[in-house]
Design a protein around this ligand. Structure first.
Ligand SMILES: Nc1ncnc2c1ncn2[C@@H]1O[C@H](COP(=O)(O)OP(=O)(O)OP(=O)(O)O)[C@@H](O)[C@H]1O
Ligand SMILES: [Mg+2]
Length: 342
């Protein structure tokens, strides 16, 4: 016990947002020191185990252009852990990288995990953190971390609604008096937007494009509402195998994104349906706070406003909210013991 509190004086505690698209690590007094894509490139070998070649930013640079004997792996998909071992390797890599930037002595680590992961997966995440020397590991659920990171005072008696649109999932939570009143998680997020763009362009324009191209297109001309006169030239392959370039408009993007956006608005309605009537007034007054990278899609806030008939606004730095919220949980003993599981 005394030894543990001594360690506390010297160690640097760490908060990790283990996202399906991006992993962020923040350290007390330093803020976010790691912000990298959750991807790993491995090289398959004939007579030995696959070798990890690159993790994070370095791996993402190689995406879409890697030779056949290598593979780009996104170990977390659709808000669940698709590859156990690679997830563990990735967590260890990021923790070690964060250590290099600070004194490291058996830190306490809080990890924000996707809502849908199973007990076995939770253990895998926890074990990975322990194996690189953590003294204590706390697992935090995403909606509460998002609410705290967005600056919502979760302890107040007023109800607040937060929606985090990540890469793999959309998590919806309603908080009041420090707890979660209702929550919902759906496997629609930025990745599904990209997939919808790929499918639409293939069917409507007979053009095959990859995930990287679809995401870039979403950033440049993607919108929940069509933007007049906005288009981009896109390179890909047609059904007959010819390489070619076609013009894709913002209108195409809006049509492609209609279905996943409808699914998100349907889940929000499901949550609204379960809200105790006494909290309805608070949500009407406070509106909905949006966090996560997916909320940066052009016109997303307006779309929610129109379809849900409630005010909706993006928080400051939506991509950083969950990491900041997880750090807040770690720094506040009361929050740590009420919002995390060991
Ligand atoms: N400007 C933007 N416009 C549209 N989408 C964006 C923008 N910036 C980021 N995104 C999307 O946000 C997603 C990543 O968001 P975020 O980092 O919050 O997800 P995550 O936390 O890793 O995922 P999850 O919470 O589901 O585990 C990606 O799908 C990315 O394409
Ligand atoms: Mg997230």
């Amino acid at each position: 016990m005394i030894f543990d509190s001594l360690l506390g004086l010297f160690s640097t505690d760490m908060a990790i947002d283990l996202g399906t698209a991006n992993t962020l690590v923040s350290i007390k007094d330093k803020g976010i020191v790691i912000n990298e894509p959750s991807v790993v490139v491995v090289k398959h070998q004939k007579y030995a185990e696959a070798k990890v070649l690159a993790v994070g930013k370095q791996a993402k640079i190689m995406a879409g252009k890697i030779p056949r004997n290598m593979e780009l792996i996104r170990p977390l998909r659709d808000g669940v852990i698709a590859d156990f071992d690679i997830t563990a390797i990735m967590i260890k890599y990021f923790i070690k990288k964060a250590h290099k930037r600070s004194a490291f002595l058996r830190p306490r680590i809080a990890i924000c995990i996707p809502h849908g992961i199973t007990g076995v997966e939770r253990r895998a995440v926890r074990d990975a953190a322990y194996s690189v020397g953590a003294r204590d590991v706390f697992l935090v659920e995403e909606p509460m971390a998002a609410a705290l990171g967005a600056g919502i005072s979760i302890h107040s008696s007023t109800g607040n609604m937060v929606i985090d649109i990540g890469g793999g999932t959309t998590e919806i939570g309603v908080t009041s008096l420090g707890g979660q009143i209702v929550s919902n998680s759906t496997r629609v997020g930025g990745d599904r937007f990209d997939k919808a763009i790929i499918d639409y362009i293939r069917i409507k324009h007979n053009l095959y494009i990859g995930e990287q191209t679809a995401e870039k297109l979403k950033f440049s001309i993607g919108s929940a509402h069509p933007i007049e006169g906005k288009s981009a030239m896109v390179k890909g392959r047609d059904g007959a195998g010819l390489l070619l370039e076609k013009e894709i408009t913002s209108q195409d993007m809006t049509e492609a994104l209609a279905e996943p956006l409808r699914e998100i608005s349907f889940s929000i309605r499901t949550v609204l349906d379960q809200i105790p009537p006494d909290l309805a007034g608070d949500i009407i007054d406070n509106g909905i706070v949006l966090t996560g990278g997916g909320s940066l899609l052009r016109g997303f806030d307006k779309y929610i406003q129109e379809h849900i008939k409630l005010k909706a606004k993006l928080c400051k730095d939506p991509l950083l909210a969950v990491a900041r919220g997880t750090a807040k949980v770690l720094e506040d003993k009361k929050l740590l013991y009420s919002l995390s599981t060991k």
